[in-house]
Design a protein around this ligand. Structure first.
Ligand SMILES: [Zn+2]
Length: 339
């Protein structure tokens, strides 16, 4: 659990912003140039046990983004509690609410965790040294509960835009992948370049297997696309998960089950999107995240690295990681690129 001191950080954040940012009597921080005017800079105060990847995950950015934004960090592998790290958050920072729960008769840790919608491990972590034996709690005992409160003022997500695509590039058919609807395969030049790069790298590493299914990107002119909330600006792409057996042959997207995913190839696909460093998020069902997380972990990817990329295992409601849960995403990845 990250015990953030938002109010302090926010005050310092304002103090570091140029004078113009506070002009006009509005004290909310303003979108900053170094964040491409998407958000203000947020100052994260490092807590004990945190590493840079975990902090990156907390705000939905890459570790390399934090290194770029904080050139004064002497050794990114050794950050110290109390140090401040600048972030351009993709996941808005939230106020932290902390209160005490007094244990009542009949309660146990799992029921208390469920009451506050926490994973039991997270509840235990919140108690720190004070909880000697998680199996032995007593009536009247005081437990610390931390919950994420409202979004820190000034960091509210931008309202949805009408969305247009001014310079449209078409993703053409190519070896190793199929376009489900070629007339909806238009994107920005950098989106198409990134998709092509991912598909080329995937092909080398996947070493055979079924064609990758590419779903909708955008219309040539952008704008609303029926059946989608986004896909308006040529920066979103739907990509089918890779299956084995009969499901591999379907041109339609197929829902993942415990047994039908080609985990090795699906992980290569996800990993190559992450490697571009140009992804804002990947929406993927929480259960599929679990399968991929465990696969990657068992195949040499460090927990520290996965902390930065995956929302799993923090709960599907939790804002964490580039890869996050969204309903109806158990048969494909929805990748959004940076503009
Ligand atoms: Zn989509």
């Amino acid at each position: 659990m990250h015990r953030r001191r938002h109010r302090l950080a926010l005050l310092l954040g304002i103090a570091l912003l140029p004078a113009s940012a506070t002009a006009g009597g509005d004290s909310r921080p303003k979108p900053d140039k170094v964040c491409a005017y998407r958000s203000p800079v947020y100052l994260h105060e490092v807590e004990a046990g945190e590493h840079l990847g975990l902090i990156a995950g907390r705000y939905g950015v890459f570790r390399k983004d934090l290194i770029e934004l904080n050139p004064e960090l002497e050794n990114p592998d050794h950050i110290r509690p109390g140090q401040q790290v600048k972030v351009c958050p993709e996941i808005p920072p939230r106020e932290l609410e902390r209160f005490t729960h007094r244990v009542e008769a009949g309660e146990h840790l799992s029921s208390i965790a469920a009451k506050y919608e926490l994973e039991i491990e997270a509840l235990i972590e919140m108690q720190g040294e004070k909880l000697r034996d998680p199996n032995n709690i007593w009536v009247g005992q005081e437990l610390v509960i931390e919950r994420e409160g409202p979004i820190v003022s000034g960091f509210e997500p931008e309202p949805p835009k009408r969305g247009r695509l001014s310079t449209a590039v078409h993703l053409d058919a190519g070896e190793g992948y199929v376009l489900r609807r070629p007339h909806l395969a238009y994107g920005t030049p950098s989106t198409i370049r990134n998709i092509e790069k991912v598909l080329a790298r995937y092909r080398k590493r996947a070493d055979g297997g079924p064609a990758v299914r590419i779903g909708d990107i955008s219309k040539q002119s952008g704008g609303p696309l029926s059946g989608h909330l986004s896909h308006r600006e040529g920066v979103d792409v739907d990509v089918g998960l890779v299956h084995k057996g009969a499901a591999a042959k379907s041109v339609r997207f197929v829902s993942a089950t415990e047994g039908n995913l080609d985990l090795r190839r699906t992980w290569i696909l996800v990993h190559e999107f992450l490697r571009t460093g140009q992804v804002r998020y990947i929406f993927l069902d929480y259960g599929v995240q679990k399968q991929l997380y465990e696969y990657a972990r068992a195949h040499g990817v460090s927990k520290m690295q996965l902390d930065a990329w995956f929302q799993y295992p923090r709960g599907k409601g939790r804002g964490h990681g580039i890869i996050r849960h969204w309903r109806h995403h158990d048969d494909h990845l929805h990748v959004r690129f940076r503009r």
